[in-house]
Ligand binder design. Structure first.
Ligand code: ZN
Length: 272
């Protein structure tokens, strides 16, 4: 399946389109036992169409136009559909659709959270030639916010370092992650975050892969690294516990939705 992003909706307005309709961050889907679909509808013919706001054109998926919008909390899901949290749709929605749902909610959230110019407080206008807003008063252009964060698998002699943050689900451990600061390279961020959170030094930092993470607007940039020295010292308030684990004594780890899990799976493959 091929998604082609675009900003200018087609004219004439298509009879039907795939609509990513959110209500309180939950997505309207047609759900059956093992799969979910994004409805192909004409909003004017739906009950929720009247309360639709923040509509944005996203582009086409295999030639079908795709839009995002939000409905108020009073809107009721039509028969056979329901509003579901994005994470719960992983594995139910086809991968391309799941990724596009993440794009959709970020476009929506960006529009809602950036109505006014940060410089002069005038109401911003959407630009037509790119995904951006322009202040008609002072000319400031504002782009959707994307917050880069590193995530790193630290290994030594058949073990991987996993840590538990207090906000994690009970008993869950994962790899180290943290937001990139202004003026910092990704590699510098890896060294700093690891040192801050678990007190150890790393070396041989290598790029692994990346994953957009729309909760709410991150991109996770994955690395692998080798342990270089130091004892584990957990950062107060940020890390509840951190330990070295072998493939045979792994704790409860994140689900397959995340790059964290892909990094841990990479470690397991290395050991097998
Ligand atoms: Zn302005």
């Amino acid at each position: 399946m091929t998604f082609i992003p675009a900003y200018q909706p087609p004219t004439p307005i298509p009879q039907q389109a795939h609509w990513f309709v959110f209500q309180d961050k939950k997505l309207l889907v047609c759900v059956s036992e093992n799969s979910a679909e994004i409805p192909l509808v004409s909003p004017s013919e739906t009950e929720w169409g009247a309360s639709l706001r923040y509509p944005h054109y996203l582009g086409t998926l295999d030639g079908q136009p795709c839009y995002v919008g939000e409905v108020g909390s009073a809107a009721v899901a039509p028969e056979g559909m329901e509003f579901r949290g994005l994470r719960s749709l992983f594995g139910l929605l086809p991968e391309v659709w799941f990724a596009l749902s993440g794009t959709a909610i970020q476009v929506l959230t960006w529009d809602q959270d950036h109505k006014f110019c940060g410089r002069c407080a005038h109401r911003m206008n959407l630009k037509t030639e790119e995904r951006a807003k322009l202040c008609p008063e002072c000319g400031l252009t504002s782009y959707p916010r994307i917050s880069p964060a590193i995530i790193v698998a630290i290994v030594r002699d058949g073990e991987i370092l996993l840590a538990r943050a207090p906000r994690f689900p009970e008993h869950m451990y994962s790899v180290i992650a943290g937001f990139v600061e202004i003026g910092e390279s990704l590699e510098e961020c890896v060294h700093r975050e690891v040192k801050e959170e678990v007190g150890v030094d790393v070396t041989d930092v290598h790029y692994f892969g990346s994953q957009p993470w729309p909760f709410p607007h991150s991109i996770m940039i994955g690395f692998t690294a080798k342990y270089a020295g130091g004892d584990i010292v957990c950062q107060e308030d940020e890390i509840a516990d951190a330990q070295w684990f072998t493939p045979h004594n792994l704790p409860y780890i994140p689900g397959k939705i995340s790059i964290a899990r892909k990094l841990i799976d990479w470690f397991l493959q290395q050991q097998s």
